[in-house]
Write a protein that binds this ligand. Structure first.
Ligand code: NAP
Length: 323
């Protein structure tokens, strides 16, 4: 088997490629770059593509996938595409229409994985971040267990192969797992995870419940103003990562990605740069030693880059819990 197709089995029997291509870029980046970068990522071997309605580029990402199917590089079933249900669509009756909107933008018949993007519900409507006249984000009250039941129906309808969550803490996962009448367990929890915030407790919890942890910001995030705490040090400049990279003749980025694979985490890497997109696939070319893994574990400092700059006063805000 081509190592680039390496997969983990999800708790519903579907396979998820362990390395995923992150597609988010900020508003000021032309959408055509999402198209070109995704096409290139598929050409060089990425098979797992991570997208979302929120990213406002599913049209271009879908176009990239379809063009690589049309030119014979891949078949639809070779690609694992994730989309995410944004927070303004958590009311159960809005779930299927939201997924259908993503599918329409993508021009695909189904997604492989559909996940609740964030457990805090925001006011439904056209604004993705609805604000009141004082600029304060307007929240909504939705029991995400009801949202989950609507996701289960989307899976039954064949609009998505698998369903999962993102940015849930372990208590929120437990709430779904213990929900009376649960039909499908979440297959994954996609969360911020990197050597400075390695999520070891959440990872143990997920593993013990057969839920795959998917790591975002695995390279230390794109350091976007307003979304990320810019006072935190740059992950890829870490001297320990540098030393391990030098030893293996790799880069710190590839070491940070490899770290996740060796602890059973599915890892996302965003790049719109051809050289770096290709470089990130070197993650399959070598192995970290037990000592390397221990040294990287030692870098943990519970340092979250992403601020999630809203929802802190909402009862479902996930990041006040330890894990
Ligand atoms: P990331 O993957 O941690 O880091 C991306 C940054 O590292 C980019 O600025 C990229 O710049 C650079 N980079 C990539 N490869 C590199 C390499 N080999 N060497 C040096 N630098 C490299 O970024 P992220 O966007 O925070 O997270 C990845 C993906 O996770 C997102 O795109 C999105 O799909 C997903 N995500 C999900 C959530 C959620 O709430 N579920 C939140 C955040 C992100 P260049 O493009 O210039 O290479």
């Amino acid at each position: 088997m081509d190592p680039k197709s390496q997969c983990l089995e999800l708790n519903d029997g579907h396979l998820i490629p362990v390395l995923g291509f992150g597609t988010y870029a900020p508003e000021e980046v032309p959408k055509s770059e999402a198209l070109e970068a995704t096409k290139y990522a598929i050409e060089v071997g990425f098979r797992h593509i991570d997208g979302a309605y929120l990213y406002k580029n599913e049209e271009q990402v879908g176009q990239a996938i379809r063009s690589k199917i049309a030119d014979g590089t891949v078949k639809r079933e070779d690609i694992f595409y994730t989309s995410k249900l944004w927070a303004t669509f958590l009311r159960p009756e809005l779930v299927r229409p939201a997924l259908e909107k993503s599918l329409k933008n993508l021009q695909l018949d189904y997604v492989d994985l559909y996940i609740i993007h964030f457990p805090v519900a925001l006011k439904p409507g056209d604004e993705l971040l609805p604000r009141d006249e004082n600029g304060k984000i307007i929240m909504d009250t939705v029991d995400f267990c009801h949202t989950w039941e609507a996701l289960e129906k989307c899976k039954d309808a064949g609009l998505t192969k698998s369903i999962g969550v993102s940015n849930f803490n372990h208590q929120q996962l437990e709430k779904i797992l213990n929900k009376p009448g649960l039909k499908y367990k979440p297959v994954c929890n996609q969360v911020e995870c990197h050597p400075y915030f390695n999520q070891s407790k959440l990872l143990d919890f997920c593993k013990s419940n057969d839920i795959v942890l998917v790591a975002y910001a695995a390279l230390g995030s794109q350091r976007l103003k307003g979304w990320v705490n810019l006072n935190h040090p740059v992950l890829l400049e870490d001297p320990v990562l540098h030393a391990i990279a030098k030893k293996h003749k790799q880069t710190s980025a590839v070491i940070a990605l490899r770290y996740q694979l060796q602890r059973g985490v599915v890892v996302l890497a965003k790049s719109y740069n051809k050289k770096r997109i290709k470089e990130n696939l070197q993650v399959f070319d070598f192995e970290l030693t037990t000592e390397d893994m221990k040294a990287i574990d030692g870098l943990n400092r519970n340092m979250r880059y992403y601020l999630a700059p809203y929802g802190a006063d909402h009862p479902e805000y996930p990041f006040t819990e330890e894990f």
